[in-house]
Design a protein around this ligand. Structure first.
Ligand code: NDP
Ligand code: OXD
Length: 309
C-alpha cells in the first residue's frame, strides 16, 4: 500500500518528514521515484503532469495539495472515477484571511499612494474614510470567503458575498447569480476574488466588471490567475476607473520577468503565497481521509464534479 507525492522540489522537502511521520503504515514515494505504479493507492499532487494519474491503475483517492483543483482537471486524462479530495485546512483558511485583511487595508488606507509619496519625499495628508464607509464584496463565499469576511467585518468593513447558490449568512449581505454579481459589483469599493477557477468563473474580473464598480474602486485577486483578464487591468488603472490591484495569482506563474504588472505603481504583486499549504496540519487531514476511505466511510471535502469545484 503506497502513497505517491508529486509536487515541486521545495514542497517535497517540506512535506517529506511530516508525511512519513503521520502515515507510518504506508510507504510514501516521492516523485520521480514512483516505483511499481500498481502499488500506489493514494496520490497527493500539485500540478501533476498530464498522464501521471492515468498511469496509476490502483488509485483509490487523489488529493489536491491545495484548496483548488483546477491543476488536476486541466489534465484531460485524469481518472474521473477516482474520488478527488481538496484540502480544507483551518490553518490555510486563517492565512488567507490575514492576506485578505492586509490587502484590503492597504487599499483602504491608500498605502500605494503613501508609498509613492515616500519615494518622492512628499509629506502630504490624503482624505481618509473609515472602514465602515468602504463596502467590500467577496466573489466566492465558501470556506475561505466567509472566514475572510468575518475578519474584515471585525475591522469594521461592510462585507457582502457572492456565491453560485443563494445563501443566508448572518451579518452579511449575500448575492448569487448574474443579477447578484451586478448588484455586488455596483456596491463594492473593494472586490476580493476567492472563487475556484471553472469555465463559469474564468475571466470574471474584466473591463465590463470594472466599469460596473464605483469609480476609484480596487480589486484583490487571490483566487486564480485565470479569473482576471490581464489585458483589461492596466487600462482600468490608468484611466482611474480602478485605483489599485493586489494580485497573488497570475495567468503564468512565476510571473514572467518582463510582465508589466511587476512595475506598475498601482499593482501589488505577491508570488502565490496568500495561503500556502501547511504540511504539519494538512497531513492530519490526509490521514483522516485515508482512514475514511479504508473504512468505507464518507470522505470529507470530496470534489463534486458536477459543480466543477
Ligand atoms: P469553496 O468551494 O469552499 O468556495 C467556493 C465559493 O465560490 C463558493 O461560495 C461557491 O458557491 C462559489 N462559486 C463557485 N462557482 C461559482 C459561480 N459560477 N458563480 C458564483 N459563485 C461561485 O472554495 P475555497 O473557499 O476553499 O477556495 C476557493 C479558491 O481559492 C480555490 O479554488 C483556489 O482557487 C483559491 N485559493 C488560492 C490560494 C492562494 O494561495 N492564492 C490558496 C487557497 C485557495 P457555492 O457556495 O454556491 O458553492
Ligand atoms: C490552493 C493554492 O489552491 O495554494 O491551495 O492556490
Amino acid at each position: 500500500m503506497a502513497i505517491l507525492f508529486r509536487s515541486g522540489p521545495a514542497s517535497t522537502a517540506r512535506w517529506r518528514a511530516p508525511l512519513t511521520e503521520a502515515l507510518p503504515d504506508h510507504e510514501v514515494r516521492f516523485w520521480p521515484e514512483t516505483g511499481e505504479p500498481a502499488d500506489i493507492d493514494y496520490a497527493l499532487v500539485w500540478h501533476p503532469e498530464p498522464g501521471l494519474l492515468a498511469s496509476l491503475p490502483s488509485l483509490k483517492l487523489i488529493f489536491s495539495l491545495g484548496a483548488g483543483i483546477d491543476h488536476v482537471l486541466r489534465d484531460p486524462t485524469w481518472p474521473r472515477q477516482v474520488p478527488l479530495v481538496r484540502l480544507v485546512d483551518p490553518y490555510m483558511t486563517e492565512a488567507m484571511s490575514e492576506y485578505i485583511a492586509l490587502s484590503v487595508l492597504r487599499l483602504h488606507r491608500q498605502d500605494l499612494d503613501y508609498r509613492a509619496q515616500q519615494l518622492a519625499g512628499v509629506w502630504e495628508e490624503r482624505a481618509q474614510k473609515n472602514a465602515a464607509e468602504r463596502p467590500v464584496g467577496i466573489l466566492g463565499f465558501g470556506a475561505l470567503g466567509q472566514v475572510a469576511a468575518q475578519r474584515l467585518r471585525a475591522i469594521g468593513f461592510e462585507v457582502a458575498g457572492w456565491s453560485r447558490s443563494p445563501k443566508q449568512v448572518p451579518d452579511f449581505a449575500t448575492y448569487s447569480g448574474k443579477d447578484g454579481l451586478d448588484a455586488l459589483l455596483r456596491r463594492s469599493e473593494i472586490v476580493v476574488c476567492l472563487l475556484p477557477l471553472t469555465p463559469q468563473t474564468t475571466g470574471i474580473l474584466n473591463a465590463a466588471a470594472f466599469a460596473r464598480m464605483p469609480r476609484g474602486a480596487a480589486i484583490v485577486n487571490a483566487g486564480r490567475g485565470g479569473h482576471l483578464v490581464e489585458a483589461d487591468l492596466i487600462p482600468a488603472l490608468d484611466s482611474g476607473q480602478l485605483a489599485g490591484a493586489v494580485l497573488d495569482v497570475f495567468q503564468e506563474e512565476p510571473l514572467p520577468a518582463d510582465h508589466p504588472f511587476w512595475r506598475h505603481s498601482r499593482i501589488v504583486v505577491t508570488p502565490h503565497v496568500a495561503a500556502e499549504t501547511h504540511p504539519e496540519t494538512a497531513v492530519n487531514i490526509i490521514r483522516d481521509a485515508i482512514s475514511c476511505c479504508e473504512a468505507g466511510r464518507t470522505i470529507p471535502n470530496r470534489v463534486d464534479l458536477a459543480r466543477g469545484y
